[in-house]
Write a protein that binds this ligand. Structure first.
Ligand code: PMP
Length: 432
């Protein structure tokens, strides 16, 4: 029996089954884009801890910053005793993620918590209760975040859910275009958005619309440009806060700090976590200053908000990302992946689509080349096959029929090529 198998057996005995597991890989050490498993095998990481290690596993300046801070103080609670690392990180965030004339930020520990706080801030700023979200959305597992999350399997028997949440179909062009071109599709979807004021919820009671500009768990679905522009106009017309959840798409994944910068459409509030801290639990809500300041004193926060260790890790991550121009690397990696998978796609109608922005790329599998017939079975075969051959990757999508690539962006050309070859081989095997 291998050490990895031993660990997985112990996991089964002691850890609640509800804690899901995507992959059978284990870890003893990790560096850059490589994971060394419990038995000493080298694995190439295309999952990045669910999009958390864009700057790679254990980047040296980040580890050094954590070590240094650990020797000074670990915790005072920012609510009780003020420390510089929290302020410095907020200063950096408002500089790289400007929302309107003046921007402010607050820190929490997880993506779900950032979403919870974004909604609380939007409600206080508008004095309205309702929130509109989308099908295919994933916003986390706490009560409000889970309610906003679309996929039912994340929330069996977990209700009652938060009230005043309304859902629109995400404009997923690939799956639902039918015979329409993109312009016609977007026009129809914007009509649906405007009609929601008549048949879904009174716009005067809507505090916020929340969306991921490129959906993560939902299958790497980018929102059409014109739809996002139309949504911004709709929110402006009705005094609704537009919240963009950049937890998975942020911090260089799409070649920008946030994917909304790619679209050139600004949110009122946005949320970040994952790769911001290179693995430490840190998240942020960033927004227009007057919106952020609308939250009453004491109504947002918590004991561990912006732990000093996590703040210095995030600041070091941001500096490192700038120093090595990680966004540029994301674009380059994205092109390499796109070219290879597009070539494969020409030979295999089972690959319905390959899409994404920068290095946030998903490969959607379908039956008979039909976007409306998701092929779930093939993906689990591919993930399993890759795991057996030294490549860690995960799937996504309502139907789990999308392979998503979230490799560290510091991956070397050679590692990327090697990983893609394993993936290609497993795709070919699974198709047969
Ligand atoms: N929003 C998005 C877009 C996410 O992808 C995730 C995590 N997959 C979350 C929120 C929740 O983040 P966390 O798991 O840190 O609570």
């Amino acid at each position: 029996i291998t050490k990895s198998q031993e660990l997985l057996d112990r996991r089964k005995e002691a850890v609640a089954n509800g804690v899901g597991v995507f992959n059978t890989a284990t870890v003893k050490e990790a560096k850059g884009a490589i994971i060394i498993d419990a038995d000493g095998n080298e694995l190439i990481d295309f999952a990045g801890g669910i999009g958390v290690v864009n700057a790679g596993h254990c980047p040296e300046p980040v580890v050094a910053a954590i070590r240094e801070q650990a020797g000074k103080y670990l915790h005072t609670s920012f609510n009780v005793v003020t420390y510089e690392p929290y302020i410095k990180l907020c200063e950096e965030l408002v500089e790289i993620l400007p929302h309107g004339k003046k921007t402010k930020a607050m820190l929490v520990s997880t993506g779900a918590e950032a979403v919870e706080n974004a909604i609380k801030i939007a409600r206080q700023a508008t004095k309205r209760p309702a929130v509109i979200c989308y099908t295919g959305a994933y916003h986390g597992r706490t009560m409000m975040a889970m309610t906003l999350t679309s996929k039912v399997s994340y929330k069996h028997d977990c209700g009652p859910f938060a009230p005043e949440v309304y859902r629109l179909p995400f404009p997923n062009f690939y799956r639902y275009r039918g015979t329409r071109d993109e312009a016609t599709f977007v026009k129809d979807e914007l009509k649906r958005l405007h009609e929601s004021a008549l048949n879904l919820v009174d716009v005067k009671s809507v505090a916020a619309v929340i969306l991921e500009p490129i959906q993560g768990e939902g299958g790497f679905n980018p929102i059409p440009q014109k739809y996002l522009e139309g949504l911004r106009a709709f929110c402006d017309e009705h005094g609704i806060m537009l919240i963009m959840d950049e937890v998975q798409s942020g911090f260089c994944r799409t070649g920008h700090w946030a994917s909304w910068q790619h679209y050139g459409v600004q949110p009122d509030i946005s949320t970040y976590a994952k790769s911001m801290g290179s693995g430490l639990p840190i998240a942020a809500v960033v927004g227009r200053a007057e919106v952020m300041d609308a939250a009453a004193i004491g109504s947002i926060g918590g004991t561990y908000i912006g732990s000093p260790i996590c703040c210095v890790a995030a600041s070091a991550t941001i500096k490192y990302m700038k120093d090595i121009d990680l966004s540029k690397k994301a674009i380059k990696i994205g092109n390499v992946i796109m070219n290879r998978i597009q070539n494969l796609m020409k030979l295999h109608p089972e690959i319905g689509d390959v899409r994404g922005i920068g290095a946030m790329i998903g490969i959607e599998f379908v039956l008979n080349g039909d976007p409306r017939q998701p092929n779930t079975e093939i993906c689990s075969k591919i993930v399993k096959g890759c795991a057996e051959n030294g490549l860690v990757l995960i799937s996504a999508g309502t139907y789990k029929n999308v392979i998503r690539i979230l490799s560290p962006l510091v991956i070397t050309d050679e590692q990327l090529e090697k990983g893609l070859t394993i993936l290609e081989n497993e795709i070919k095997k699974a198709i047969k």
